[in-house]
Design a protein around this ligand. Structure first.
Ligand code: SF4
Length: 338
């Protein structure tokens, strides 16, 4: 049976963490999966980062900064000022900004005090660094047949028109068959193609860098393309500021989650759950005798069997049984990659 897309995706994430970019100089990267905007979710996200700035980002903690916190933290002044004087008009009621200032203070991201007339004043604790250099989106499609290529082409054309990511790629299983180039031709030329083999990943087509600083176009609706279809496409404009904000929000979510968070929705507390190779942590089920997807290994799994209590006391004396140990291992790996 072919490897499911979920496991293929984890392999691509692991490869990207080790080997991105496929050509050129490597600095630091952060890899995550299943993130995006509105109704567009990318399978794999690779953030190319400045390593020093990435270290500086770490002082803000492992948790992401949402858009409201980013507004506060990025604009907090070096010396005490009333928050309404210090922060740019957000375009929404100031009371939400005040709440965000309090949340930021609770997390130690800024300092606050009560100034004259009870006004909330703030000043920054650390300067928020410019840690994300490029955002790369990868769509994983292990089995690229004609209908998958057609659906992908539509999605990728939308990605290219919007220009939210610096590059878009498709990762597909290398088959070596003659059919590959014909399917590749259906994809937009700007999209790169990675051919993923058992032991290596090759670039079958290089991606073109997209202009993320320019206004983008969101394609809302397009004609089906049938002979008698005369309906017009509908577009929406996406300004550079919106794009910059969204890129940073995606990056913050990627920073928090990484790609190993897949285990959070699985059952590592099941006695059949294993991670056989910590280096390429694919979930394995001893009951099924194979790797499993997050769709199979969940609360509703009929074969779920809890870890025996003895496992939690014998040989796993400190913090729970093997399931907890697996989670700790993945959490540690995630923290090290930041
Ligand atoms: S038996 Fe079900 S819950 Fe347990 S590891 Fe296998 S798939 Fe996951």
């Amino acid at each position: 049976m072919d490897e499911p897309e979920f496991l293929f995706e984890l392999r691509v994430c692991r490869w990207a963490e080790r080997a991105w970019p496929p050509t050129g100089e490597r600095d630091a990267v952060v890899v995550a999966r299943q993130l995006g905007v509105r109704n567009r979710r990318w399978d794999t996200i690779v953030l190319e980062c400045d390593s020093e700035a990435l270290d500086a980002r770490a002082v803000f903690g492992e948790e992401r900064l949402d858009s409201d916190l980013l507004h506060v933290v990025r604009n907090a002044p070096g010396s005490w000022a009333w928050y309404r004087d210090a922060l740019p008009d957000p375009g929404y009621p100031w009371r939400y900004v005040r709440e965000a200032v309090h949340r930021a203070a609770e997390r130690g991201l800024v300092e606050t005090r009560e100034g004259t007339n009870g006004r909330i004043e703030l000043r920054r604790t650390y300067r928020y660094p410019d840690w994300v250099e490029r955002v790369v989106a990868v769509e994983n499609k292990p089995d690229l047949d004609a209908s998958a290529a057609r659906a992908l082409a539509d999605q990728l054309e939308r990605d290219v028109a919007l220009g939210l990511a610096d590059e878009v790629w498709v990762a597909t299983r290398a088959t070596g068959a003659d059919v590959e180039p014909a399917l590749y031709e259906r994809l937009p030329v700007e999209a790169g193609i990675l051919a993923v083999g058992e032991s290596s990943v090759d670039v079958a087509w290089h991606a073109t860098s997209l202009d993320t600083d320019a206004p983008g176009t969101r394609i809302l609706e397009r004609p089906e393309g049938a002979d008698h279809d005369r309906s017009a496409a509908r577009f929406e404009y996406a300004g550079p500021d919106w794009k910059a904000d969204k890129r940073l929000e995606i990056a913050e979510r990627a920073y928090e989650r990484g790609w190993r968070s897949f285990v959070d929705t699985m059952r590592p507390d099941c006695r059949h759950f294993e991670i056989r190779d910590p280096d390429v942590p694919l979930p394995y089920c001893t009951a099924k005798g194979r790797h499993v997807t997050s769709g199979e290994c969940r609360h509703a799994c009929p074969e779920f069997s809890p870890e025996p209590p003895a496992w939690r006391s014998k040989g796993w004396p400190l913090d729970g049984g093997p399931g907890r140990a697996i989670q700790r291992l993945l959490d540690d790996q995630r923290a090290r990659r930041r």
